[in-house]
Design a protein around this ligand. Structure first.
Ligand code: PLP
Length: 445
């Protein structure tokens, strides 16, 4: 037992290479192997690895102060970060509550929505509606709102009984219809759900603008969010956008909801906020909600010991400054059509790739047994895991996603390299990906 690791890993008993360092889009392990980070880790390292300016900012802040408790002091990095976020956030999302992860950002969003209705004298408006095929985080509140069956199953008895509606998943339409003749039944289902539960009981609708880990970069039909907004407005239901994966240029705009010109009331952020350089998340809240709470109880009943600590805030601030200077989101937008073309070419050569979809530098490939019937592989064949492994062995990191309707079957991988990737590097990524898909296709034959 002498050499047994004490670190609990994602898969107990499995071995993982030990990372030594990272630079740009590459990671290097302690044996000197190089990996092209085609997934930005978990769609997080948006500005790539080892950026000197961020390391410098980390050191400078550490020499001043790393931690203060938020009910004793405010701090300059947190103040400046909040101000800059308010400047770039859509609509009147003017206020920021800092947390340490995307899950916490979603928990806080949920609590603020419920508190808002309490403050205006409607405490019964406390249920949130989410969607199947969604992921909002691993803590119990966030998991309650997540339609990711695989991650929920073990804890279902502890989860809040929140209703979920069908996702806007055109490739595997839950209604077996086709857009636009379907009339967007998926959006209409939200109205039916609100009516069934009673609008007086519904606090918010919660969604990922582009479905990430639970589906593999599923982009809704163009008018979907306008319709969702209209329904929520009609029944006085808040819109909570989970931009944890899609924020900070990932889809070619600062925030994905800008593609549809729909402004949420609350927005959750994580991942790209620090590009992985430090743990930090944020919940952005509209002026209307904060003004109401300020006139009422004045206290947001949430928070963590390390919320808004100056060390994490200074790092995220440096990341925002870096993005402001280099505009990696523009690079993502510019590369979008090239990536789409390359992925479509791969799909045309290998029928196992049933669908490709995405925006900016967030792309999903859904893998199916038969492109005509769109039938998924049986769950025990582990096609997603095998594809991820195959890529990894070839030095390419891709992210596993569950493609099936309830997260119980279906296979998809996500391609989401750092937004700073060049076209040449992207060609290299595609070359390795194609080799891996070719081998997987052959293995599955
Ligand atoms: N929301 C979305 C859309 C995510 O993709 C994730 C993580 O993958 C989360 C929330 C949870 O974030 P974290 O893992 O930082 O808690």
């Amino acid at each position: 037992m002498a050499n047994k690791s004490h670190l609990i890993k994602p898969l107990l008993g499995a071995t993982y290479p030990e990372v030594a360092y990272g630079k740009g889009i590459y990671l290097y392990d302690s044996d000197g192997n190089r990996y092209l980070d085609g997934a930005s880790g978990a769609v997080t390292a948006n500005i790539g690895h080892g950026v000197t300016e961020i390391i410098q900012a980390m050191k400078e802040q550490a020499e001043k102060i790393s931690f203060v408790y938020r009910s004793q002091f405010t701090n300059r990095p947190a103040e400046e970060l909040a101000e800059k976020l308010a400047q770039i956030a859509p609509g009147d999302l003017d206020y920021v509550f800092f947390v340490n992860s995307g899950s916490e950002a979603m928990e806080t969003a949920l609590k603020i929505a419920i508190q808002y209705w309490q403050e205006i004298g409607k405490p019964q408006k406390n249920r949130v509606i989410s969607r199947w095929t969604s992921y909002h985080g691993i803590t119990l509140g966030a998991l309650s709102m997540s339609g990711h069956v695989l991650r929920r199953n073990r804890f279902s008895s502890l989860l809040a009984d929140y209703p979920a509606v069908s996702p806007p998943y055109c490739y595997q339409c839950p209604f077996y219809e086709t857009y636009p003749s379907c009339g967007m039944k998926c959006a209409n289902e939200l109205e039916t759900a609100i009516q069934r539960i009673g609008p007086e009981n519904v606090a918010a609708f919660i969604f990922e603008p582009i479905i990430g880990a639970a589906g593999g970069a599923i982009v809704p039909p163009e008018p979907y969010y306008a319709k969702i907004k209209e329904i929520c407005d009609r029944y006085d239901v808040l819109l909570i956008a989970d931009e944890v994966m899609t924020g900070f240029g990932r889809t070619g705009k600062n925030f994905a909801m800008e593609h549809w010109n729909v402004e949420p009331d609350i927005m959750a952020l994580g991942k790209g906020l620090s590009g992985g350089y430090t743990p930090i998340g944020a919940t952005m809240v509209s002026a209307r909600i904060i003004d109401t709470i300020e006139r009422g109880s004045k206290v947001i009943m949430s928070g963590h010991t390390l919320s808004g600590n100056p060390q994490s805030a200074a790092v995220a601030l440096a990341v925002l400054d870096y993005m402001n200077l280099h505009q990696p989101g523009e690079n993502a937008a510019n590369l979008e059509s090239f990536v789409e073309h390359e992925l479509r070419t791969i799909a045309s050569h290998y029928p196992v790739v049933g669908d490709i979809r995405g925006k900016g530098l967030l792309w999903g490939l859904e893998l199916v047994t038969n492109p005509e019937t769109k039938e998924s592989f049986p769950i025990h064949t582990f096609v997603t895991e095998r594809t991820v492994k195959k890529c990894f062995e070839k030095g390419l990191i891709v992210y596993p996603a569950v493609g099936g309707i309830n997260g119980t079957s279906g296979d998809a991988i996500i391609i989401a390299p750092p937004l700073t990737i060049s076209k040449e590097e992207m060609k290299m990524l595609m070359k390795i990906l194609e080799e891996a898909i070719a081998e997987i296709s052959h293995d599955l034959d």
